[in-house]
Design a protein around this ligand. Structure first.
Ligand code: COA
Length: 256
């Protein structure tokens, strides 16, 4: 349990809030574990009828903590990040996200597993895996092209440049763009609507929409994880992470 993630239960909604603003809500292993545990618990708790994921003021999440990546690279199917990805990708209850500020790396890819995504007009999204010497995770190499089409997905995954909420909506993984002051209240209201509906109907609807692709999704996630774990230990990623903390541009020219 870490205070860097706040888990609240109210009126049938489980809220998971990133709460590490001084590090832009970068996610540590302890934070993944807290989120994974909360999602697993929600699955078995009949009083929870919807899940809401949100960031803190002006930031959703800077993605995986790069210091953690360097010091404790996650390995294996039981690592906290993998437990979190398994839990969110197989959540039976509806998951709503409210994004107000940057959503980097897994901050964006986790949204591909949510059912309803609301973004502030100040939100930004990026998938800088290649820029970090890594490769996509969370089945984003499959899901992003499915939602947005191949070239749109390739541009975001190969170049890794940030894009805004309007573009994320055009790509298809943001439902609606709202003024920054309104997005959270709107997402909470949508979660409350879901919590008031028959849970069984939501469960069956979601499972009917997801079941055909679930196996493919899990296979892709496992395949990505094999490459990701190797690339984390390679010199390209070391150079990228070191450059980030030294606040300089990485230099990849010496790597074949
Ligand atoms: N891991 C570890 N620390 C991080 C981090 C991350 N992913 N993202 C930000 N931080 C830390 C910074 O090192 C800095 O710490 P310091 O105050 O001790 O120097 C602090 O959070 C603030 O970050 P900063 O970069 O100054 O904030 P910003 O508002 O200028 O930019 C971001 C915000 C999110 C755009 C920028 O921090 C960023 O690009 N982060 C890295 C994202 C990334 O590559 N994630 C991994 C994806 S797999």
């Amino acid at each position: 349990m870490t205070m860097d993630i706040l888990v609240e239960r109210a009126d049938g909604v489980l809220t998971i809030a990133f709460n590490r603003p001084d590090k832009k809500n970068a996610i540590t292993a302890a934070m993944y574990q807290t989120m994974a545990d909360a999602l697993v618990e929600a699955q078995g708790d009949a009083s929870i009828r919807a899940i809401l994921i949100r960031g803190s003021a002006g930031i959703f999440s800077a993605g995986n903590d790069l210091d953690d990546f360097m010091k404790k690279p996650p390995g294996g199917e039981n690592s906290p990040v993998f437990q979190f990805l398994r839990a969110i990708s197989s959540a039976e209850k509806p998951v709503v996200a409210s994004v107000a500020g940057p959503a980097v790396g897994i901050g964006t890819t986790l949204l591909l597993h949510c059912d309803l995504v609301y973004a502030a007009d100040t939100a930004s999204f990026s998938l800088p895996f290649a820029q970090l010497g890594l490769c996509p995770e969370a089945a984003s190499s499959l899901l992003l092209q499915r939602v947005a089409g191949y070239q749109a997905a390739a541009e975001k995954l190969l170049l890794g440049e940030a894009f805004n909420a309007a573009e994320a909506q055009r790509m298809g993984f943001v439902n609606r763009v709202l003024p920054a002051a309104e997005v959270e209240a709107f997402a909470i209201a949508q979660a409350a609507k879901l919590a008031a509906l028959p849970a069984s109907s939501l469960r069956v609807t979601k499972s009917l929409m997801k079941r055909a692709s679930q196996h493919e999704l899990q296979t892709q996630m496992t395949e990505e994880a094999v490459h990701f774990a190797k690339m984390l230990l390679a010199p390209e990623a070391r150079e990228a992470f070191t450059a980030f903390f030294e606040k300089r541009k990485p230099d990849f020219r010496s790597f074949p």
